[in-house]
Each structure stands twice: as structure tokens, then as C-alpha cells.
Design a protein around this ligand. Structure first.
Ligand code: PEP
Ligand code: MG
Length: 590
């Protein structure tokens, strides 16, 4: 028997076996002590050694970036620069020597000094770069606390364990030496899962006991299908999981072989299955994965991974590459969706008590119109290289849509005046992610060219359940009757005026949600590239009429538990061999 079995929320499928290692994070409490005069130089040397070790970690991570993340070394480069910057390390060394502070304390004070300087800077973007300084300083303090790196590099491939992982963290790791992730924090649709899926490794988040029950170097099995972690598995358990892992790999291979076939139901309804991507490197693989275009480019990742704001030219080159890679298929660029847990992680939002309800997505862009206009011009220019659409995230009402469109018009005029070519008919859609947008979907449908339903946020805001909070993850129910009714209403209002509806949240890749989405006649599903082939495979074996009946019953059901039971029965009867290879979104409850 395993020494312990921990439970969490599975967010990226697959089975992995490997040794545990912890992300060297800042120790919870920074020690404050005065060092003896004769130990000052020793303390300074301790800090210098930690700085060098962390710089080496960043350099190794940079060299080992895997294919999908290549071309995104900016963030690591900036971390390296900060690591070597005398304003951080040099200042801390001065405090050790002059004030006899211990290294951690000196580092903390040095960051506080820099934070004051950054605070006086006008540009909010540059002001926020203090967070990169904090990331680096935390790493150095983590290394001071645990001088021997508990990294996978010491013994082959490893399973990364962390309290939490921000998008920035993942860019400063060595993904090639990782076989899985697990974190204490995180919910069903937190961005850790999105990143793990892009790296195509299993991940479990919201794991209780992760930091207490696992020691660095422990052998672990991560079951990304059922959300379990076995600590010190027995030989029998190990053999059983390796067998499941092989079956999973064989299933993936089988469905991928048919990835190019269209997703047409048994009764002849065709659904477009598109990809959710973050950058041009990923775009190159969408066709091979079976994607019929890109339904969501999460453009914010091109900002998060950099130190400075990208200019129009850089954005244009990246977007044009994506558009060209997919032409003549459609690529839908979502305008910058920063805020909440993207770009401004919790510490970056100290002045925002409630970041998910704060200055994020379209609100941020309407506040920082220069940044917005630059991006809009780059997207418009990319339309010269392919079939481009754009959409605005987190629209709450007509005012925002109209204001965003008017800035888009200004961007068009500026390009016209400069005689720069672009497609004047680029479709302009919106993401439906807020209850207010659902309630006025009829009005919005008259002013948008298409809808894309972001179910991750829609469920968060509809049910009042933080998508990244493990304590309420069991309440994040995609088949809650309120969610089903909301989506149905949005689809009906869109179809009434003849515009298409895509679903691009995680719900689109969930086999349990497929029957209701097909029953509503959603036009497109946009999922992570690795989910394209499996979801197409299930659609080809679905029957719309049958799903319409299921939807009809679901719409009149009172509780998500009764809907879950009905749907579970339906999908297990229709796809008996497939369901064990998918993450079960219904396991958490009901
Ligand atoms: C969503 O909210 O469902 C969505 C697709 O956007 P993101 O996950 O990037 O917020
Ligand atoms: Mg969203």
C-alpha cells in the first residue's frame, strides 16, 4: 500500500510516475536576525552563493524551454537580469555589511526599497514589474532557506510540487525535466491546468496534504484522470498505474489517428472543433491535432511573459504568423485579458481587494487605451495574412461593446491613413462571461458578429464560485441548471439573429457537457489542442436528436445532482470504453 493517497482536482489528464521536487519558494516566515561582526562576510557569501545558484537555475530553464514555449524567453531573461542587478543583490549585500542584517532580511529590505521607487513610476505596466523583482527575491530567499536545490535535475524527470503556480513561475521552470504538476491551491479552471495541458503533462491542483505528506525525493504516482497522488506506491500499485498509463497512451494514439476526420454526428450535424492557443509556436501544431481553426488566442500570454510592453510591430509579426499558419481557417484573437490571476497575481493586486471583480480584461483595455489600440492595430494588420476575427473579453453591457468598437474604428482609421492594408471586414465578437451579458444577449447579439461563451468565467460569475479556489471547487458545476439555462438562452438569442456561437471554456472539452451543448446546437467548440481529437471522436459517435431530449430533461430539472446523474448515465451508456480516459468533471460532487 502507498504511504499516503492524496486527493485533489484533476486538471490535465494522464498518468505520471516520478520523484517529487518542490518549487523553491520564499519561506513562509523571513527570519530577522543580526549577524555577529565576525560573521558578516560569511553571511554576504551565503547570499552571493544563493544569487548565483538561482541565476544558474534561470539559465538552465531558459536553455530547456520546450517547443511550445520557444520564442518566449523574455520573462526568464528579465529574471536573469534582475538576479544580476546590483540594485537588488548589491543593495542587500550593503545592508548585510553596514547593518549586520541576515541575508533574508537584507533581501526583504532591498525589495521594499525598490518597491517604493517603482511606486513613484507613472506607467502602471512598469510599476507592476516590481512583481518580477519579488519573484526573483522569493526564489533567492527560498534558496537561502534550502541551500541544496530540490530539483529534478538531480535525478531525471520529476513531479513539480508547489503551493501555487503562477503563469510566470511556469516560464522559469525546466519543463523538459517535468512529468507532472501538483499544487495545493487551484480550482477546476485555474490557469495552472491550462498551462499543464499546453505542456501535455498530467496535473492535479487543490491537493490537501501536499506540503505535509510529501518529502522531496519521494516516489509519486500522479493520476491526472482521477485527481489522486500516491506517495510511495507499492509495487502492485505502481504496476497497475503503469498499465493505466499505457492504456491511456494507446487510446490517445488511436483517437489522434482519426483527428483529421470532421466532427459530424451520427445524424449528420457538423460541429467545428477549434483550438485554444497562446502563441505562434502552438499554432503550427493545430492542424496536425485536427483543429479546424483557432477559436481563442489567449493573447495576454504574449504580455505576461515579457518585461516590457510589446510594440505594434512585434505583436503584428506574432499574430500574422498565427493567421498564416491556419489560413484559410479562421483565427479568433481575444484582446488582452489581463487582471485577476493573469499578469497581476494576487500580490500584484494589493490595491485591488477583489481582483476577479476588478480592473481586468476589457475594463483594463478601456482604461489603458494606448495599450488597447496598439494591440487592435496589430490584430487588424494580421488579417492581411489569413482569416482573422477578434473578440472582446468580459463584456458586461452595450456601453463597453460600443466603446471598444469605437476604439477599433479609430485603429482602422489610423491604419487607413498610413496606407497599411488590412481586411475591413474582420468579424468582431464578444465573450459571454458575465450574468449581465447573458441577460441582455438579445441586445448584444444585434451588435456583435459572433458570441464565444467563456464558461470558466461564466460559471465563476454565475454561481459566485472562484474558479481558482479549491475550497469551493465542488460548487463549480458546469451542469448546474442555472448554467445550462444561461447558455441555452445565449445560443437561442444568437441564432435568432443568425450569428454563430462558440464555447471556448473548459466545458467544451468535457464529455459530460457535450450532450447538452450538442442538444443546444452550439456551432463551434474551442478546446486545448490535445483535447481536439478526443472530443471529435465523441462527437462522431453522438446523436443530436438524443441529446436534444437530454437537454429538454436537464432544462426542467431542479438540481445539478439530478442532471449530473442523468448525464453520467447517458454518457457512460453511449461511450462505455472512452469515459475512463477523460477527466470526470462530475466526480467532485453529485
Ligand atoms: C473562459 O473564461 O472560459 C475563457 C475561455 O477564458 P479564460 O479561461 O482565459 O479566462
Ligand atoms: Mg475568461
Amino acid at each position: 500500500m502507498a504511504r499516503a493517497i492524496l486527493h485533489g482536482i484533476p486538471v490535465a489528464s494522464g498518468i505520471a510516475v516520478g520523484k517529487a521536487f518542490f518549487l523553491n519558494h520564499r519561506p513562509v516566515a523571513i527570519p530577522h536576525t543580526l549577524v555577529r561582526l565576525d560573521q558578516v562576510e560569511e553571511e554576504a557569501a551565503r547570499l552571493e552563493k544563493a544569487i548565483t545558484a538561482v541565476a544558474e537555475e534561470f539559465a538552465t530553464a531558459r536553455a530547456a524551454l520546450p517547443q511550445p514555449l520557444q520564442g518566449q524567453t523574455d520573462l526568464i531573461d528579465s529574471h536573469l537580469l534582475i538576479c544580476r542587478d546590483p540594485k537588488l543583490g548589491g543593495e542587500a549585500l550593503r545592508r548585510i555589511r553596514e547593518h549586520r542584517m541576515n541575508a533574508e532580511w537584507a533581501m526583504e529590505e532591498s525589495v521594499a526599497g525598490l518597491a517604493e521607487t517603482f511606486n513613484r513610476i507613472d506607467s502602471p505596466y512598469i510599476r507592476d514589474r516590481i512583481q518580477d523583482v519579488r519573484v526573483v527575491a522569493d526564489r533567492i530567499c527560498g534558496r537561502l532557506a534550502a541551500p541544496v536545490a530540490e530539483t529534478a535535475a538531480q535525478g531525471g524527470k520529476g513531479i513539480l510540487l508547489a503551493h501555487d503556480l503562477t503563469p510566470a513561475d511556469t516560464f522559469s521552470l525546466s519543463p523538459q525535466s517535468l512529468v507532472a504538476f501538483a499544487t495545493t491551491q487551484g480550482g477546476k479552471t485555474s490557469h495552472t491546468g491550462i498551462l499543464a495541458r499546453n505542456l501535455q503533462i498530467p496535473a492535479v491542483v487543490g491537493v490537501s496534504g501536499l506540503e505535509e505528506d510529501i518529502r522531496a525525493g519521494d516516489l509519486l504516482v500522479v493520476d491526472g484522470l482521477r485527481g489522486r497522488i500516491l506517495v510511495g506506491p507499492s509495487e502492485t500499485e505502481l504496476a497497475a498505474y503503469l498499465e493505466i498509463g499505457e492504456q491511456f497512451a494507446a487510446y490517445q494514439k488511436r483517437v489522434r489517428a482519426a483527428a483529421a476526420l470532421p466532427a459530424e454526428t451520427e445524424d449528420g450535424r457538423r460541429i467545428a472543433v477549434l483550438a485554444n492557443i497562446e502563441n505562434a509556436a502552438e499554432a503550427e501544431h493545430v492542424r496536425a491535432a485536427g483543429g479546424e481553426g483557432v477559436g481563442l488566442v489567449r493573447t495576454e500570454f504574449g504580455y505576461i511573459t515579457r518585461k516590457t510592453l510589446p510594440d505594434e510591430e512585434e505583436l503584428y509579426r506574432e499574430y500574422a504568423r498565427i493567421a498564416a499558419a491556419l489560413a484559410p481557417h479562421r483565427v479568433t484573437f481575444r484582446t488582452l485579458d489581463v487582471g485577476a490571476d493573469k499578469l497581476f497575481s494576487e500580490r500584484k493586486n494589493l490595491d485591488e481587494p477583489n481582483p476577479a471583480l476588478g480592473m481586468r480584461a476589457i475594463r483594463y483595455c478601456l482604461r489603458h487605451q494606448d495599450i488597447f489600440r496598439t494591440q487592435l492595430k496589430a490584430i487588424l494588420r494580421a488579417s492581411a495574412h489569413g482569416n482573422v476575427a477578434l473578440m472582446f473579453p468580459l463584456i458586461s453591457g452595450l456601453e463597453e461593446l460600443r466603446q471598444a468598437k469605437s476604439i477599433l474604428n479609430e485603429a482602422r482609421q489610423e491604419l487607413d491613413a498610413a496606407h497599411i492594408f488590412f481586411d475591413p471586414h474582420v468579424p468582431v465578437g464578444i465573450m459571454i462571461e458575465l450574468p449581465s451579458a447573458v441577460m441582455i444577449a438579445d441586445a448584444l447579439a444585434r451588435e456583435a458578429d459572433f458570441f464565444s461563451i467563456g464558461t470558466n468565467d461564466l460559471i465563476q460569475y454565475f454561481l459566485g464560485v472562484d474558479r481558482g479556489n479549491r475550497h469551493v471547487a465542488h460548487m463549480h458545476q458546469p451542469l448546474h441548471p442555472a448554467v445550462i439555462r444561461a447558455i441555452k438562452y445565449v445560443v437561442d438569442m444568437a441564432h435568432k439573429v443568425g450569428i454563430a456561437v462558440c464555447v471556448c471554456g473548459e466545458m467544451a472539452a468535457d464529455p459530460h457537457c457535450l450532450p447538452v451543448l450538442l442538444g443546444m446546437a452550439v456551432d463551434e467548440l474551442s478546446v486545448s489542442p490535445q483535447s481536439i481529437a478526443p472530443i471529435k471522436h465523441l462527437i462522431r459517435r453522438s446523436h443530436v436528436e438524443e441529446n436534444r431530449n437530454l437537454l429538454h430533461h436537464a432544462l426542467s430539472a431542479g438540481t445539478y445532482r439530478s442532471i449530473n446523474a442523468m448525464i453520467r448515465h447517458a454518457v457512460y451508456s453511449r461511450f462505455p470504453e472512452d469515459m475512463s480516459f477523460f477527466i470526470s468533471s462530475l466526480d467532485a460532487d453529485g
